[in-house]
Design a protein around this ligand. Structure first.
Ligand SMILES: [Zn+2]
Length: 273
């Protein structure tokens, strides 16, 4: 973040606490702005992007509580999520990662506790949230001491299903498709006609029904459907739509670039995309 802290007129000596926090805020707002700008680039995932903000705040709060009254060399900036995660959580995390709000570290396998995926939270967020839980006097010397002494083996462990509750999963609904005629987003979910060009809109319930359908509804042979189901965690149309880069699909034997793209196209056509 030094680019936010040092400009031409400033030397290292002139950086005081106020400037330091100003730079941190600028750093964080740049990353957060990018994260929320993804809503227009990936309109289907708007709810997942919002859920990411809520999730991050919950994790930051937990970490802050954990860091209270701990010595600088005992502070936490890492967290870990139990695998496998609900698909919705995976997507939420992927988007946070893409924006730089979390960074994935190595997976950790801890005997009876199972497999966990470890992440580091954006350090600017850690500082801004006071997740290192400093007392009243906040200095950047203290922050940098804590951060330098951070150990990757100190991480807050979360059971994915308890952290990302059913209620949060339910919030991660796909945004309805835009008007197929002019491409504008719907002004409200139940709209029957496009507010921009007047074209008739597909009903919301039909869309939600479609994405919940089994992949056997796609023009694929039953053998291929079976192979996809046994070779990946894809079962319904929504699973294909959520598998952005075809990572899951490519796990299936015999499905490479061409077929992965083809199947994705089938799914998009199926929902009228
Ligand atoms: Zn329209």
């Amino acid at each position: 973040m030094s680019e936010y802290l040092l400009n031409d007129e400033q030397s290292k000596d002139s950086i005081n606490n106020i400037k330091y926090y100003e730079a941190v805020n600028e750093w964080v707002s740049t990353v957060e702005h990018f994260h929320s700008s993804l809503k227009s680039r990936m309109p289907r995932y708007q709810n997942f992007i919002n859920a990411g903000i809520d999730l991050l705040n919950i994790i930051l709060e937990e970490i802050k509580q954990l860091n209270k009254n701990k010595e600088p060399d005992r502070k936490f900036v890492y967290f870990a999520l139990s695998a496998p995660m609900p698909t919705e959580l995976e997507k939420v995390i992927q988007i946070l990662e893409y924006a730089g709000l979390v960074t994935q570290d190595k997976d950790i396998s801890k005997g009876t506790k199972g497999v966990f995926q470890r992440y580091m939270i954006h350090l600017g967020k850690i500082i801004q949230y006071n997740a290192l839980a400093q007392g009243k006097v906040k200095t950047f010397e203290y922050i940098s001491e804590c951060l330098q002494k951070t150990k990757t083996r100190q991480f807050k462990r979360f059971v994915s299903k308890s952290l990302f509750t059913e209620e949060m999963v339910a919030k991660c609904k796909f945004e309805l498709p835009p008007c197929s005629s002019c491409g504008n987003q719907r002004t409200f979910d139940e709209a029957k006609f496009c507010a921009y060009c007047g074209a008739k809109l597909e009903s919301a319930s039909l869309f939600l029904e479609l994405i919940e359908q089994d992949i056997s509804a796609l023009p694929l042979t039953s053998k291929r459907v079976e192979m996809i189901k046994t070779g990946s965690n894809i079962v319904i149309i929504k699973d294909i739509l959520m598998d952005d880069n075809g990572v899951e699909l490519k796990k299936v034997k015999g499905i490479q670039g061409y077929w992965a793209q083809k199947i994705k196209d089938y799914a998009e056509e199926f929902i009228g995309g």
